[in-house]
Design a protein around this ligand. Structure first.
Ligand code: ADP
Ligand code: AMP
Length: 216
């Protein structure tokens, strides 16, 4: 029998991967692992790779598959992953998907991929309007999900931040990277019969209901 699930959230930047992953984390009591968050934390350190990660993220390009492999291997070895985990933003390339397959086999897990489908046109407003809590990483949006008190997190009261890569230039690059390197994973996982697609243009609560239906 498989030892818990690995849920992969697949979708363009701003499609709602983090928003949905946080809810799934509560529903299944397994952790959300955002590679973007882990890399942003690494970028702030004074480690040998920090400068490179910082520059790559700022440019909206993809960090190397080797670094991601190390990040994901280390994080998923932790105790809280023993019953499964949700990957938010990983894999983003075919190479990463192959490396994840190794992990799935090694850990004897079941893999389920949720593809959040949405047209690019809707993403600019979502990304430029995104704000996230500097402490608990709760996600808000000045247009679609404003916090109750200006620039403060409803959950923990800390300041909200506007990600420096959520600007028009970087968003355009990130969308190019998505279409070139990540969108091919839709066919890749469809061929493996582990992909389900939901309409990410619907309100977040409705998207969550659609995702929950997949797990029934
Ligand atoms: P991703 O993790 O895929 O980059 P996020 O979950 O961070 O995307 O969502 C991007 C922005 O869009 C956030 O500001 C979030 O509040 C908002 N958002 C997410 N899902 C929806 C939705 N279904 N409708 C409207 N806004 C959404
Ligand atoms: P995200 O927070 O998911 O929007 O990711 C922000 C940035 O982190 C991306 O634009 C990439 O520079 C980097 N990143 C996150 N996940 C990956 C990944 N799986 N592969 C390569 N780069 C990544």
């Amino acid at each position: 029998m498989a030892l818990g699930k690995i849920i992969v959230m697949l979708g363009a930047p701003g499609s709602g991967k983090g928003t949905q992953a946080k809810q799934l984390q509560d529903k299944f009591s397994i952790p959300q692992i955002s590679t973007g968050d882990i890399l942003r934390a690494l970028a702030k350190e004074d480690a040998p790779l920090s400068k490179q990660i910082r520059e790559t993220q700022a440019a909206g390009k993809l960090v190397s598959d080797d670094i991601l492999l190390e990040v994901v291997n280390q994080r998923t070895k932790k105790e809280d992953c023993k019953n499964g985990f949700i990957l938010d933003g990983y894999p983003r390339t075919i190479v990463q998907a192959g490396q994840l397959e190794g992990l799935v086999t090694e850990q004897n897990r079941e893999l389920k991929v949720i593809n959040i489908e949405i047209l690019d046109d809707l993403l600019l407003k979502r990304l430029t309007g995104r704000r996230s809590c500097s402490f608990c990483a709760e996600i808000y949006n000045v247009y679609f999900k404003p916090s109750k008190s200006d620039n403060l997190c409803d959950k923990c009261g800390r300041n909200l931040i506007h990600r420096s890569d959520d600007n028009a230039e970087s968003i355009e690059k990130r969308l190019q990277e998505y279409h070139k390197n990540t969108a091919p994973l839709i066919k890749y996982y469809n061929d493996k019969n582990c992909l389900s697609t939901v309409d990410g243009a619907k309100p977040a609560e409705e998207v969550f209901d659609l995702i929950c239906n997949i797990f029934q």
